[in-house]
Design a protein around this ligand. Structure first.
Ligand SMILES: [Zn+2]
Length: 351
């Protein structure tokens, strides 16, 4: 299914590119700027089974994107500056804002050097538990479990299901099925089920955050770089919409104050974990404001319009997706045509 979806998205991007439709649509859907969403930035690695590939781009593709943005005369701004422009409705120049979720060490090792080449600012949204080396990056643990086994049993929706993971196709199908199931569980149940899968297949889930994420000690010098802004991504990387109101508010406030006390600098920008409609809606937008965040970004696809200034804690983003690392798509993505296509050509509504 995922392959078919990717093929259709690529066909849609190609259609927009080759037809030139994005140039026609740009005045309507182009908005005033774009917030790019990134996760890992690191060299491509061999290996056919990479179900999380959409969450990583190469440093070369990031540089190509930055070169395109610069050549287009678009300003690359910090979230503070983006907030100012939206608050003051100052849209004399188009802007782009580069944001990385989760707090991966490769953001420091590969993304920052690329940003420095272009003197371009970068925001990294840090999950407190990951910086503690105690968080659970369950989607990566799941990839590792499936990579090393030929068969997996799991109680999907209360029924023990046996999945053949002996072939690449089997592994990809199993990942989609298990990911979809796990994604719908509550936090405690997700932890329990992933714990059982990791224990059954000998994966050390607890080691993954320290292996991949910046620690607080590493974040201190990183945050001191003038191009870097550190934002919050909650304490535990939970789905906020599944928490009760007090729990969700605690995740927001505690993650902000933790970053501020560890790094001794303000953390007033937020990215909602998962960030889609099932994870961040009107209640979370209001809570983020209550928790003192000046801006908050979702994973809802869209470019920024002037009227997004009315709700700065519900901002859409454009994913720099590892499955579409082709510079010819960049004019399409920044025109807003691709996300407009995704949104059924309705102007992006945030609610
Ligand atoms: Zn995340």
């Amino acid at each position: 299914m995922k392959q078919i979806r990717n093929t259709m998205i690529r066909a849609g991007l190609d259609a927009l590119y080759f037809s030139g439709a994005h140039r026609v649509l740009r005045p309507i859907f182009g908005g005033v700027g774009t917030i790019f969403m990134l996760h890992h930035v690191r060299p491509a690695h061999a290996g056919l089974f990479q179900p999380n590939r959409h969450l990583e781009i190469t440093p070369d593709f990031l540089r190509a994107t930055l070169a395109y943005i610069r050549a287009s005369g678009i300003d690359i701004v910090t979230p503070d500056e983006m907030q100012r422009r939206l608050a003051e409705q100052d849209f004399s120049r188009r802007f782009a804002c580069f944001t990385c979720d989760d707090g991966y060490r490769d953001n420091r090792d590969f993304a920052l050097p690329a940003m420095q080449d272009f003197d371009a600012p970068l925001s990294v949204y840090v999950t407190s538990d990951f910086a503690d080396g105690a968080g659970r990056l369950w989607w990566i643990a799941l990839e590792r479990v499936i990579a090393k086994t030929d068969v997996i049993e799991a109680p999907i929706d209360g029924e023990i299901v046996r999945l053949d993971t002996s072939t690449l196709v089997g592994k990809e199908m199993a990942f989609d099925r298990l990911h979809g199931w796990l994604r719908g569980l509550s936090g405690a149940e997700l932890t329990r089920q992933m714990g059982a899968l990791c224990a059954a297949h000998g994966i050390d889930q607890d080691a993954i955050s320290a292996e991949l994420c910046l620690s607080w000690d590493e974040l201190k010098p990183f945050a001191a770089d003038p191009l870097v802004t550190i934002g919050a991504h909650t304490i535990s990387h939970c789905n906020l919409a599944k928490q009760d109101e007090a729990g969700a508010l605690h995740e927001l406030i505690a993650s902000r104050t933790r970053i501020e006390s560890e790094l001794q600098r303000p953390a007033v920008h937020l990215a909602y974990p998962y960030g889609d409609r099932a994870a961040a809606g009107p209640r979370e937008f209001a809570l983020a404001q209550q928790a003192g965040f000046a801006t908050a970004v979702t994973t809802r696809p869209g470019v920024i319009f002037a009227d997004n200034g009315a709700q700065l804690t519900a901002l859409p983003r454009v994913s720099l997706n590892g499955n579409y690392q082709d510079t010819r798509y960049l004019p399409v993505l920044t025109s807003g045509a691709a996300t407009a296509m995704y949104n059924g050509f309705r102007r992006g509504s945030v609610a």
